[in-house]
Design a protein around this ligand. Sequence first.
Ligand code: NDP
Length: 291
Amino acid sequence: MTATLIDGKAFAAGLRERIAGHTAAMKERGITPGLAVVLVGEDPASQVYVRSKGKQTRETGMNSFEHRLPTDTPEAELLALIEQLNEDPSVNGILVQLPLPGHMDEAAVINAIRPEKDVDGFHILNVGRLATGQKSMVPCTPLGSLMLLRDHLGSLSGKSAVVIGRSNIVGKPMAQLLLRDSATVTIAHSRTQNLPDLCRGADILVAAVGRPHFVKGDWIKPGATVIDVGINRTDDGLVGDVDFAAASQVAGAITPVPGGVGPMTIACLLANTLTATARANGLPDPEGLTP
Ligand code: NDP
């Protein structure tokens, strides 16, 4: 392996420490940040995520509120809970774990969250604010990926960036953040032609596809920085969207899976909760936690 390993696990641990420090300082002023996580149904992966979110929230010194609802909960009941959390001053951040059961309108549920408390950054107002360069809540996985990129590269200005994937939770907000940092951004997806060639021009390559080992070693520009967002469960365990063994022979730097972007996601959720708390109390944004 010739590439530098971008250690998201270590970076996330440092980030959580800084968040814990800010939280302690806020508590001295009588403010305790609170994050409410709502889980509807029994999806096993979601249950794991919700558990670790609660644990890490408490470890940082914040209040964690968990709400579990059965799969067949009527949408109106979920909306009523969200309204109650919107009004609750001890709740600074609200996260509804996705995916929701099929009978629910995901967009309607997300847009019911008060934008200031939307720590996932999926509310239509936050999406619009990010796109127009206004203060917003930024989706956690792209925010974490941006932090790793900046930490490794310093300025992203003028770099050529390719994002594979155009989902609302990863690809699109990732592209917005790269653009905001003055990278030249291309968004690729399942209809993109000559994807390998496109990738070969990328100084920064972000893979958010959801297919194991999709990006091959010979797609990578020598010396490029590769961010592998993918989390794929296979018989060989958890693997990313990038063929790590081959790519790490060509790239300048690369995130591993696990231990790369994954740990950054929850750390950024806590960062967003802290930012939301600061804003709710008229305090300046804590340094280094927003783009
Ligand atoms: P989605 O399934 O919503 O989006 C996948 C994207 O990949 C789509 O835009 C799709 O294109 C594109 N795609 C699929 N096949 C191809 C192809 N053959 N060539 C080019 N593009 C293709 O996934 P998510 O964005 O939600 O997640 C992506 C990955 O990131 C998953 O592995 C997921 O588990 C992981 N993830 C990791 C997180 C973390 O914390 N590290 C958080 C969230 C997700 P099209 O739009 O044309 O269909």
